[in-house]
Design a protein around this ligand. Structure first.
Ligand code: PHE
Length: 344
């Protein structure tokens, strides 16, 4: 094959390979193979020097043209490969970003926080207490000895645990009242505290009953505390939560740890007292059992009942949230159902 044909064949070969090249590193290798210092095209160009004058002119010109063409083609292919990669990884900074889902506080926690603020503004401490509680603090120190029939008012989860006398002595607390005597023992008098928290009952669940729900205990002990202080504090809190003047009704109640015991009801928030199924056609909703702390309980707490008196109440926190928002099934609260939770 003469030099001219060899050159043309080489050119065809390079151009064919270039068309199929999609990768910069492959392109770089081809460049070295043909145009590098020891490249095939470079070699031919170098050999032109040793050629006869006529051949030198012809072949030299052809070789130079082919070299320019090949160099241009290399540049062109390189460009197109680079633009393609840039296009593939292109980021449009003007597109709207991905919206990150924010969680929020549970409706019970939201109302609990509001209540805490209200009570703190009236000088109350916010206390915590154990959810697994001794029989002593949950019942006995609240004037409910083991034989007391009032224990039947609360269906209790007992824990499979026995004390030295081989008696079952631990329960899941049935109310936040378990912290009453604990608070008296720890802080003494004068005492003003609330105890928001979860409580447990062995209930057959339905729209109004759950095994796990929230209460907010209140306790105020000082000299000359009477039931009027209890009513004043209750009204202030209810008005604060419902953001309007609430009508209340007071009935006698019964709990062994308060004497006298009362039940504070609010005008039904669903029918406004006109009687509906939510208020069992009475126009009133039971919300707040309360009373004056029984002298026996003060004694368990180490407080002299001749000098001091106090009130206690057990606000049904879960119940209050149901009334505030018109929620008709208590089981929604612990269901984890986002369709429910996202509404708050
Ligand atoms: N602990 C009582 C209950 O859960 C409520 C209550 C608290 C009543 C304080 C009177 C005083 O049923």
């Amino acid at each position: 094959m003469n030099m001219k044909d060899k050159l043309l064949q080489l050119k065809d070969q390079v151009l064919k390979q270039l068309v199929n090249t999609k990768d910069v590193s492959v392109l770089r290798n081809l460049e070295i193979k043909y145009l590098g210092r020891k490249g095939e095209l470079t070699k031919i160009l170098r050999s032109v020097v040793d050629m006869g004058d006529v051949e030198k002119k012809d072949i030299g010109k052809l070789a130079n043209n082919i070299k320019t063409e090949v160099i241009n083609k290399f540049a062109e292919v390189k460009n197109s490969i680079l633009t393609k990669t840039v296009n593939q990884s292109f980021v449009d900074v003007t597109l709207p970003g991905k919206i990150i889902d924010h969680g929020h506080l549970h409706p019970v926690t939201q109302v609990q926080n509001e209540l805490e603020d209200l009570f703190i503004s009236m000088g109350f401490m916010v206390l915590d207490g154990p959810e697994v509680e001794s029989d002593y603090y949950n019942f006995e120190a609240l004037n409910m000895p083991p034989y007391h029939p009032a224990r039947d008012m609360q269906d209790t989860f007992y824990l499979d645990h026995k004390n030295k006398e081989k008696k079952y002595d631990l329960v899941m607390r049935t109310h936040t009242s378990n912290v009453q005597v604990r608070a008296m023992q720890k802080y003494g008098v004068p005492l003003r505290c609330i105890v928001p928290g979860v409580v447990f009952r062995s209930e057959a669940t339905d729209a109004c009953h759950d095994h796990t729900f929230y209460q907010l205990e209140g306790l105020m002990i000082d000299k000359d505390i009477s039931i009027t202080n209890l009513i004043a504090v209750t009204k202030k809190v209810l008005n604060g939560i419902f953001k309007k003047e609430m009508e209340i009704r007071i009935r006698p109640g019964y709990f062994p740890f308060v004497e006298p015991a009362i039940e504070i009801d609010i005008k039904c928030t669903i029918c406004n007292g006109k009687k509906c199924s939510a208020c069992k056609n009475s126009g009133w909703l039971e919300l707040l059992p309360a009373g004056m702390v029984h002298p026996n309980v003060l004694k368990y707490g180490g407080i002299d009942s001749k000098k001091y008196s106090g009130f206690a109440f057990g606000l049904g926190l879960t119940r209050l949230v149901m009334m505030k928002y018109g929620i008709n099934d208590i089981r929604l609260f612990n269901s984890g159902d986002l369709r429910f939770l996202k509404q708050f």
